[in-house]
Design a protein around this ligand. Structure first.
Ligand SMILES: C[S@@+](CC[C@H](N)C(=O)[O-])C[C@H]1O[C@@H](n2cnc3c(N)ncnc32)[C@H](O)[C@@H]1O
Length: 459
């Protein structure tokens, strides 16, 4: 793609930004785009053999700024491998891996990913949190939130709640609530030009202006939700200053209690990636301020502040535990509580500084209220796919391991029934090289496939 395909107003803006390196910047549009994947620690820890096989099979080379990130060449197709279905990695543009590295979320924290779909940064955050703490992963668009929830499940994340809300709706419910916030803002996408020529068509100076206005609206809500002492990472995949440095300047001017910790640009001609901007700011204050601003203190007195009714949840959860005693004896819930949505039983994660209140939950669209444990059928429990993905084979009473290159795993991922020993009965965790991919139920010599229909690959 030559310079002539780029909008003239974009090129002239870049003259100022790229300065002496403008020619190299424009030349980068003639080079192929970069491809990357990031290992999911929730799966890769303890799966050394699978990781070694993955690295060699796809000839992966490390991304310098992300310990779990790797480049692969365009001819490779890691999205089609059973390890992808097993959530061993997430396909992510390499420079986008910088944002969560710079935010640096920690196990045990309360973290918000405010514009999260399809889930690249959410899965990176969850990988770093190692299942400890609470992650609220929000996406404003319902269809994108559904894809986000699917990715959260594939990656085996058990401590994330996926919400579908506008930022102001969240800010009303969760003031001064989060230790860290990732705001990967909707932007004019100048860093997408190589990957998606459609982004060139859509770009205009008016779009930059519109995006900047929207970013400012979202930033103000993010500020409200940040705890004193908390950190916010603001990122975009665009280059212009209006959506990047100028947005950070405006933030610092508007909120004197914010301090800039780091700010970095990733350029397609200087680093191997499509380009990204990341700034990390901290809200001054700390532990003592949290007593005034923490979630528990924002509950109104009386009815609205009470917890959701527990009884039906508890009954359903007891039934689930009975099922688990037989079929998933190693099941250990994270800190949290059961929650029932109709016939769907979830485990709603909480932590030492966070207990969900009825007021926070009421009216909030929650496509995934934590770990989906089970579907309640008339007289029985049917374990949820998400539970399989968040389990380890040693926790299950029965697991069946299929090699990643076997025809059986391909058949299972297509949704087919597999033949099994006639003596073999009950819920079985199907794994590939030790990594769970879903449930099967064995009876009369057949393993009935319980992979959700939407996840079955047609290959
Ligand atoms: C850059 S994308 C997020 C990518 C995601 N963080 C990831 O790593 O996979 C920005 C997201 O912001 C969402 N969005 C659009 N308008 C928004 C708004 N007004 N408030 C919050 N999010 C918005 C878009 O739907 C989109 O999913």
């Amino acid at each position: 793609m030559g310079e002539e395909k780029l909008p003239a107003a974009f090129v002239s803006g870049m003259k100022e930004l790229a300065g002496e390196t403008l020619d190299e910047f424009l030349d980068s549009y003639n080079a192929p785009r970069t491809h990357g994947l990031r290992l999911n620690r929730l799966k890769s820890d303890g799966a050394d053999q699978a990781v070694r096989a993955l690295i060699s099979m796809f000839e992966l080379t490390p991304v310098p700024w992300c310990a779990d990130g790797y480049y692969y060449e365009e001819t490779m197709r890691p999205g089609r491998h059973p390890y992808h279905a097993a959530g061993l990695y997430y396909i992510q543009e390499p420079s986008a891996m910088s944002a969560v590295e710079m935010l640096n979320p920690q196990p045990g924290e309360t973290v918000l990913d405010l514009a999260a779909a399809p889930g690249g940064k959410t899965s990176h955050i969850a990988s770093k949190m190692t299942g400890k703490g609470l992650l609220v992963s929000n996406e404003i668009h319902p269809e994108r939130a559904r894809i986000l929830a699917e990715n959260v499940e594939r990656m085996g994340i058990d401590n994330a709640v996926v919400t579908c809300a506008a930022p102001d709706e969240l800010a009303r419910r969760f003031p001064a609530s989060f230790d860290r916030i990732m705001l990967d803002a909707p932007c004019s996408g100048e860093g997408m030009f190589r990957k998606d020529p459609g982004a060139i068509e859509e770009w205009s100076p008016a779009l930059v202006e519109l995006c900047a206005a929207r970013q400012w609206d979202i930033i103000q809500e993010a500020y409200v939700m940040l705890k004193p002492g908390g950190t916010l990472a603001y990122s975009t995949c665009t280059f212009n200053k209006a959506e990047n440095e100028e947005m950070v300047e405006r933030m610092l001017a508007q909120y004197p209690d914010l301090e800039l910790l780091k700010m970095e640009r990733f350029w397609p001609h200087l680093q191997r990636g499509e380009g990204h901007f990341v700034a990390v700011v901290r809200k001054r204050g700390g532990a003592s301020d949290e007593l005034e601003g923490g979630v528990q203190d924002t509950r109104p007195a009386g009815k609205g502040g009470k917890r959701a009714k527990q009884a039906p949840e508890q009954a359903a959860y007891q039934a689930f535990l009975e099922w688990a005693r037989e079929d998933l004896p190693g099941f250990v819930p994270t800190s949290g509580r059961p929650l029932l949505f109709g016939d769907e039983l979830y485990w709603l994660p909480e932590n030492a500084s966070w207990t969900w209140t009825e007021r926070q939950l009421r009216g909030l669209k929650i496509p995934r209220a934590g770990l989906h444990l089970a579907h309640l059928k008339k007289n029985r429990i049917e374990p949820a796919h998400a539970l399989a993905m968040a389990s380890r084979p040693e926790q299950a009473a029965r697991s069946w391991n299929l090699s990643a290159d076997s025809p059986e795993i391909a058949a299972f991922l297509r949704g087919e029934t597999l033949p099994v020993d006639p003596d073999y009965r009950g819920w079985t965790l199907v794994t590939t090289d030790g990594l769970p991919v879903g449930w099967g139920k064995a009876s009369s010599g057949q393993l009935k496939n319980h992979l959700p229909k939407g996840l079955r690959s047609l290959r």
